[in-house]
Design a protein around this ligand. Structure first.
Ligand code: HEM
Length: 480
């Protein structure tokens, strides 16, 4: 018996020593082979820790993101290293994390020159070879240009204004009958219907419901641990992607076989373009469907959640929108009405700041970069944490409080490096204006038709994308 205990103790001691040794080795070597250049410049690498072997600091990051305070992970390290640029090891990769607004701007502005978009393989598998964030160089510029052109400011006033209002009104008619709704799911469904119509000319039907079902599996996979074993969310998502691509591909064939049937949608415009292969078109459309629906629908839900706990803002919103309604009567809103919604723009900015629907974006350095006397070696993955600036106390007083009035003095945010919810540079979100238009029109119709109350408390988790853990159930009361 004593021998057995001694044996267990020896094994335990050896295991602890081995783990300790691996941990030290990992932190010194950062889990990868280093170039001579890096070894020479070791003193100048950003400070940081790569944490435990394999898991690195993923757990602390995950905890911070899921506990309603996405800045805690950054705050702790900024204090520890006295630097807002530091090294970490997250989800299997060594990364340079940046919470420095000037460096973030520099990274975004130099897309294609010093940096290139680089996301985790599991994400790239889901968006495909030609989903815009997988594409680089000339093809990215071309596809980005097409997206910007399709979603440009002037076009929204014509193509989207009416569509969005009709869809929101018909959806809210249904909500009025239901009275109690799970707002997050309902907003998801509504924006998905809108995108399906705009991209593929699909009206709510059996086919759209089927596509929506597949799309739920597809987006769930984006939010899941990427393990491809039968039955896992990730595996289901890959399957859903295959089926969605097949459906888009069949639509393309159908349209090529029947060119006389006209469609006023994005697919039609891509086919007119003539220079894109079917594979590129399918990935491009699927990515737009994902990018255009995931972030916007979360923004709509969060705007209502923030307003729920800020009755003064609801009152001011209702005044602004009742006044517009009085002038317009039953007529649909026009572009000028949208532009007159001054306080609503403040609510939208504040929702985007506090909601952080794109928490961080990811880049790879394509050359050695020096910043603040630190060397960032070529090949490093850089996590540009947009939320870090949005939630920084020194930039926004009481940064965790919803305060739309903070935007009243200065609504022009185009050159504000502290406010970048849509990224920047060569990959600035092409859906920027559309997302804001959707939010404004939705808020107009919602606050003029309803008063509402939350049914229970809800919490926001920010990993991997912000969502309300209980789906934000609310009770609606129709206004007169
Ligand atoms: C609240 C809503 C939205 C937010 C916060 C948002 C945020 C972002 C951010 C931060 C990026 C940059 C990603 C990077 O640089 O790696 C981006 C890219 C993109 N977004 Fe949005 N987005 C929103 C809505 C939309 C909508 C409505 C669409 C289209 C219908 C859209 C389409 C895209 C596309 C295609 C890209 C990729 C651009 C490229 O890589 O060239 N987004 N978005």
């Amino acid at each position: 018996m004593a021998d057995q205990i001694s044996f267990v103790l020896v094994v335990f001691t050896v295991a602890v020593a081995l783990l300790h040794f691996i941990h030290r080795w990992w932190n010194i070597h950062g889990g990868r082979k280093r170039s001579n250049n890096e070894e020479n410049q070791e003193a100048r690498l950003p400070p940081g820790s790569t944490g435990w072997p394999l898991i690195g600091e993923s757990f602390s990051f995950y905890r911070s993101m899921t506990r309603n305070h996405p800045r805690k992970f950054i705050d702790d390290r900024e204090k520890r290293y006295n630097s807002d640029i530091f090294i970490s090891h997250l989800f299997g990769r060594r990364v340079v994390v940046s919470a420095d607004p000037q460096f973030n701007k520099f990274v975004l502005q130099n897309e294609g020159r010093l940096f290139k978009a680089q996301y985790y393989e599991s994400f790239k598998t889901l968006i495909g070879n030609y989903g815009l964030l997988s594409v680089h160089g000339d093809l990215q510029r071309k596809l980005h240009g097409i997206a910007v052109n399709l979603l440009r400011f002037e076009r929204l006033g014509v193509d989207f204004m009416e569509e969005i209002q009709s869809l929101v009104h018909s959806t809210l008619d249904r909500w009025a009958e239901m009275k109690d709704i799970a707002l997050q799911n309902e907003c998801h469904q509504m924006i998905l219907n809108l995108m399906a119509k705009q991209l593929l000319d699909l009206s709510p039907s059996k086919e759209t419901t089927e596509i929506c079902g597949l799309f739920v599996d597809y987006t769930n996979a984006m939010l899941s641990i990427p393990i491809k074993i039968p039955g896992s969310n990730y595996a289901k998502g890959i399957k859903a992607r295959q089926l969605l691509i097949r459906k888009i591909s069949e639509m393309i064939k159908e349209r090529r076989n029947h060119p006389q049937v006209l469609h006023n949608d994005l697919l039609a415009k891509l086919l007119e373009e003539g220079s894109l292969s079917d594979e590129i078109i399918c990935d491009f459309i699927l990515f737009l469907l994902f990018a255009g629906h995931e972030t916007s629908s979360r923004a709509l839900t969060s705007a209502i959640k923030f307003l729920t706990y800020c009755p003064e803002a609801v009152e001011q919103m209702q005044k602004e929108h009742d006044a517009i309604l009085k002038i317009k009567g039953v007529h649909k809103l026009e572009w000028e009405d949208y532009k007159s919604m001054k306080f609503t723009q403040c609510v939208i900015n504040e929702t985007l700041r506090l909601g952080n629907f794109s928490l961080a974006i990811s880049r790879e350095a394509t050359k050695d970069i020096t910043v603040k006397d630190y060397l960032i070696p070529k090949g490093s993955m850089i996590l540009v944490v947009l939320a870090a600036t949005h939630l920084r106390e020194s930039s926004y007083t009481e940064a965790l409080i919803f305060n739309p009035w903070r935007w009243e003095p200065d609504q022009d945010v185009s050159n504000n490096v502290l406010f970048t919810p849509f990224g920047g540079g060569g990959r600035l979100c092409p859906g920027y204006h559309l997302a804001k238009l959707e939010l404004a029109l939705f808020l107009h119709i919602f606050v003029t038709r309803f008063r509402w109350e939350a049914l229970g408390n809800d919490r926001t988790s920010y990993f991997p994308l912000p969502y309300l853990t209980e789906g934000f159930p609310i009770r609606l009361h129709c206004r007169q």
